[in-house]
Design a protein around this ligand. Structure first.
Ligand code: THU
Length: 132
C-alpha cells in the first residue's frame, strides 16, 4: 500500500480517537475507512453506563459509510495508544468481513508504529449466511 495513504489514514484515525467518548475505559480508539471511491469515513468508540450499549470505533466508521451509501472499501486504519497493537475485536472482524474478503487493515499505536494485516488473516473460516 502507498506510504502516503497509510500515513493519511493513520492520522485520520488518530484525529477521530480524540473524539472518543470513553469515560469508563479511558481507551481512545479511532478508525478511518477508505472507500474505493477515495472517501474517508472515520469513527471512534462510544461507551455507555450500560457497558454493552457502547460501540467500537471500527463499527462506527463502517456503519457511517454504509448508511451514506458506500460499501466498497479499500483499506481500514485503527489507531489507539497503549501497550498492545489495537487489533479489532471479534465482533468488528465479523462486521468487516461482511463487506470485504481481503481488506488491508493498518493497526497503529502511533503514526510510525504500525503493522498491516488483512481481514482474511484476522478472520479465517468466517461465518456466512445465504443472502435472500
Ligand atoms: N474498542 C474499540 O473501539 N474497538 C475494538 O476493536 C475493541 C475495543 C473499544 C470499546 C471500548 O470503548 C474500549 O475499546 C475498551 O474495550
Amino acid at each position: 500500500m502507498n506510504k502516503k495513504i497509510i500515513q493519511k489514514l493513520i492520522l485520520s484515525a488518530k484525529k477521530a480517537s480524540q473524539n472518543s467518548y470513553s469515560p469508563y475505559s479511558n481507551y481512545k480508539v479511532g478508525a478511518a475507512l477508505l472507500t474505493k471511491s477515495g472517501k474517508i469515513f472515520t469513527g471512534t468508540n462510544i461507551e455507555n453506563a450500560s457497558f454493552p450499549a457502547g460501540m467500537c470505533a471500527e463499527r462506527v466508521a463502517i456503519f457511517k459509510a454504509i448508511s451514506e451509501g458506500f460499501k466498497d472499501f479499500e483499506a481500514l486504519a485503527i489507531y489507539a495508544q497503549g501497550k498492545h497493537f489495537p487489533y479489532p475485536c471479534g465482533i468488528c472482524r465479523q462486521v468487516i468481513a461482511e463487506f470485504s474478503t481481503d481488506l488491508p487493515i493498518i493497526i497503529a499505536k502511533s503514526v510510525d508504529k504500525f503493522t498491516i494485516t488483512n481481514i482474511s488473516d484476522l478472520l479465517p473460516f468466517v461465518f456466512e449466511f445465504e443472502k435472500k
